[in-house]
Design a protein around this ligand. Sequence first.
Ligand code: ATP
Ligand SMILES: Cc1cn([C@H]2C[C@H](O)[C@@H](COP(=O)(O)O)O2)c(=O)[nH]c1=O
Length: 216
Amino acid sequence: MSGIFISFEGPDGAGKTTALKKLMPLLQAKTDQEIVLSREPGGSPISEKIRKIILDIHDEEMDPRTEALLYAASRRQHLIDVILPTLKAGKIMLSDRFVDSSIAYQGGGRQIGTREVAAVNDFAIDGHLPDLTIYFDVTPAVGLARIKKDHEGAMDRLEKEAISFHNRVYDSYIDLLKENPDRIKKIDAQQSPEQVVQDALKVITEKFPETFNKGE
Ligand SMILES: Nc1ncnc2c1ncn2[C@@H]1O[C@H](COP(=O)(O)OP(=O)(O)OP(=O)(O)O)[C@@H](O)[C@H]1O
Ligand SMILES: Cc1cn([C@H]2C[C@H](O)[C@@H](COP(=O)(O)O)O2)c(=O)[nH]c1=O
């Protein structure tokens, strides 16, 4: 039995974390394969340590390329510690963010360049791309308003960036969607939380009908 790797992407405040919590039990009810949920940056002990450095609001002077390398390093360790063992065991891996986040945030947002950031990440991921990526589409204005309402006083270093940064991230995601129509599927994340979960469930079960076939 081979595993399935699904990543979840979107601008800050898109609602991925909220949706994943509700999606997990719904998906698990449709398959006998175990589902593992993780996140980036982080997801394993070393990667979580790197996460703290990257998102620390006091690291104002962090160079953009240092930031890109840290995200890639965190990703590499997460891949080795969690993603590959999960897939090798025939389980289903759900990751809240993966390589597309680096292309959008560091490539586009930080203006390092998508090819440059992809090259660094090629070294880190060694060809291991998700089988499916669900992109939560929300405008930066809506996403940031949600975050401000939720935890304005505890916003991280990336969330605190200017709206121009978040607009570039958004534009890069749209480019990624156009460039990867088979792998990346968009859902409207400005709908109600319940509808967002239903749409994500539909995309996943339609893509892998033989895996998510319980209770049909
Ligand atoms: N569909 C929705 N409509 C309105 N508010 C939502 C919706 N989904 C999530 N939210 C709210 O938006 C905020 C951000 O949601 P969440 O943390 O799930 O987003 P996220 O994609 O994980 O963000 P980030 O990547 O920035 O951590 C939370 O306060 C959450 O309750
Ligand atoms: C993986 C990854 C993430 N980011 C950014 C995106 C968010 O602003 C934070 C992560 O916080 P979250 O609340 O866990 O979503 O980091 C990035 O810039 N590059 C990446 O590769």
